[in-house]
Every structure is written in structure tokens, then in C-alpha cells.
Design a protein around this ligand. Structure first.
Ligand code: XMP
Length: 302
């Protein structure tokens, strides 16, 4: 890919299309961050980057995002309660994705009305579209989005790029390493890493477990790694039987997320994660390691 050429043409194209103010859905991941930087170069203060705190992000992420984008007059919206409420009793994975996609767009529409923006810019990349079109999963920024949105146009500047190409653009834009080399994180967040209904208790547990996985796995440079909460199983603590949560650790290598293989981690690293998660996260009594490639599994659990 001609990265410099792509940057030049994309900035030009955004400038051409947007006649007025545009909202930008910012999650803090590499795709939406690159998208925000390109859009900001294109339309400057007509860009309204908005970060919705769904309560489904990683620990500390909302604070980090606010800090990183403070130069860009970032709008941050606390929608934790609405998301948790809407997800009550929703167990079916595609239903969950639709509920989240729907709520996202409704919140954006509200902000758009407030600031008078008629355009929505999103960081959708090529694999997101392929998987949604192919009926594999409704990625929340594609198939999970309702079609009756109230914007003049939804603009997706990265829609033809693979993840490694997005990273190249990030490097060419001199974005910090922690942004360009960031692990992918799905739009619906922890909701697709909790099997069944999303509750506050499960969220708290999976977020804490996830932080431990990220800390312990950093040295092995996975393409993506995280914790998921599977369900409950019997365990024993002291001399008491407990019915505790089961955490699955997932760590994969991949080029573009379309296929993936599990990481051959040393036993020591796995043992440390198991020890720390069961010791530091109350309510967890079992840790398993996922050794399934994609296909037949997908990277995320739902
Ligand atoms: P799957 O689970 O389909 O994931 O094997 C492939 C890659 O895509 C990410 N992913 C998403 N990204 N919105 C996103 O922006 C989504 O709804 C979504 N679902 C999955 C996933 O984390 C992996 O990197």
C-alpha cells in the first residue's frame, strides 16, 4: 500500500464529502484513533469526536482515552446505565450485538442533534464489513447498526484497509506506539466476552481478569489476548466447596483477524495467569486456556 498516498487522498476525500460538522465515533482503538486523526486533519474543529462510555470497556480505558484526545475537544458521554439496562435478560449473541449497535447510534444521533452534525464518521475496516456481510457476526459498527439512522451520510475512511495497513497509517502519522501497536478490541466490548446475560458482577470480574491477562502476556506479543467469562463451576477454597466463575484466557496470532491460531504459551506463563486470576479476582475458581484456532472458533466468544 502507498501509505503516504492513502493519507493524502483520504484527507482530501473527507474534506470533499463533509459539508458542515461531523461526529466521529471514537473507541480509543487503533482504527477509530487513526480515523480521528485523519478526519481532524481534514476538517479541524468541525470534527466532534465522541467517546461513549458503555461500561463495557477495559479497566482504566475511559480515563486513558479522555487524556489522549483532550487536544481534540473530545465529548465523553457516560451511558453505562443505559447499556446495562438495555442488555438486561439479553442472552443471544446476535441480539446482544444488535442492542449495543442500536443504542450506540441512538446516543450519537442525540449528540449530533445537540451539536448540529449531519455526518457520522466511523473507523470500520475491511474485515468488519466482510464478516458482517458474510453473516458471520454483526460487527457493531456495521451489521449491528440500524439502517434508519438519522445522518445525511455515514463515512468510513478505512473501509478497504486491513488491520496491519491501519497500523502502517498510524506509524506514518507518528501516533504513539501504544496506539499504533494496540491489540484489537471489539466495539461491543466485554459484552461479547461474557457468555449469556451481561451483569455488573460479571463485568467487574471479567475486567479484572482481563487486566491480569494483558499484564502477563505483554512479553509474548500476541496479536490479541484477553479474558472471557464462561459460566460457573465447582471449586474448593480452604475446606469449603465454592461455585465460582470460570475464566477463559484467549491469546491468538493472526494477520487480519479473519483466521487465527492460538499462541503456544509457556506453561509458566499460563500458570502465573491462573494463579493470579484465581487469587486476585474474587469469585473466580477456575481458569482455562483456549486452544482453538479460527476457524472453527471465532476470536471473540460471541
Ligand atoms: P471474531 O470474533 O469475528 O473477531 O473472530 C475478529 C476480529 O474482529 C474483532 N471484532 C470486532 N471489532 N466490532 C469491532 O470493531 C465488532 O463488533 C467486533 N467483533 C469482533 C475481534 O476482536 C477480532 O480482532
Amino acid at each position: 500500500m502507498d501509505t503516504k498516498g492513502f493519507i493524502r487522498e483520504t484527507i482530501e476525500a473527507i474534506r470533499e464529502k463533509v459539508k458542515g460538522k461531523a461526529l466521529m465515533a471514537l473507541s480509543g482503538g487503533v482504527d477509530s484513533s487513526v480515523c480521528a486523526y485523519l478526519s481532524h486533519k481534514a476538517i479541524g474543529s468541525d470534527l466532534y469526536p465522541v467517546f461513549i462510555d458503555t461500561g463495557l470497556m477495559r479497566l482504566d480505558e475511559p480515563a486513558n482515552i479522555k487524556e489522549t484526545f483532550k487536544e481534540m475537544n473530545l465529548g465523553a458521554i457516560n451511558a453505562k446505565e443505559s447499556f446495562l439496562d438495555s442488555l438486561k435478560e439479553v442472552e443471544e449473541p446476535e441480539e446482544k450485538r444488535k442492542v449495543i449497535g442500536n443504542l450506540f447510534i441512538r446516543v450519537f444521533e442525540e449528540v449530533a442533534r445537540d451539536v448540529g452534525a449531519r455526518y457520522l464518521i466511523q473507523g470500520t475496516i475491511y474485515p468488519d464489513r466482510i464478516e458482517s456481510d458474510g453473516g458471520i457476526k454483526s460487527h457493531h459498527n456495521v451489521g449491528g447498526m440500524p439502517l434508519d439512522y438519522d445522518f445525511e451520510e455515514v463515512i468510513e475512511p478505512l473501509r478497504d484497509l486491513y488491520k496491519d495497513e491501519v497500523r502502517e497509517v498510524a506509524r506514518a502519522l507518528s501516533l504513539p506506539d501504544e496506539m499504533s501497536e494496540r491489540m484489537p478490541y471489539p466495539g461491543p466490548g466485554m459484552a461479547v466476552r461474557i457468555l449469556g446475560e451481561v451483569t455488573e458482577e460479571k463485568l467487574k470480574i471479567v475486567k479484572r481478569a482481563n487486566k491480569i491477562v494483558e499484564e502477563e502476556i505483554k512479553a509474548y506479543k500476541p496479536w490479541q489476548a484477553f479474558a472471557a467469562l464462561l459460566g460457573k463451576g465447582t471449586g474448593v477454597k480452604g475446606d469449603r466447596r465454592v461455585y465460582g466463575w470460570i475464566i477463559s484466557v484467549r491469546a491468538v496470532e493472526s494477520r487480519d483477524g479473519m483466521t487465527a491460531d492460538f499462541l503456544r504459551l509457556p506453561w509458566d506463563a499460563l500458570e502465573r495467569m491462573s494463579f493470579r486470576i484465581t487469587g486476585e479476582v474474587p469469585g473466580v475458581s477456575r481458569v482455562v486456556y483456549d486452544i482453538t484456532p479460527k476457524p472453527p472458533a471465532t476470536i471473540e466468544y460471541e
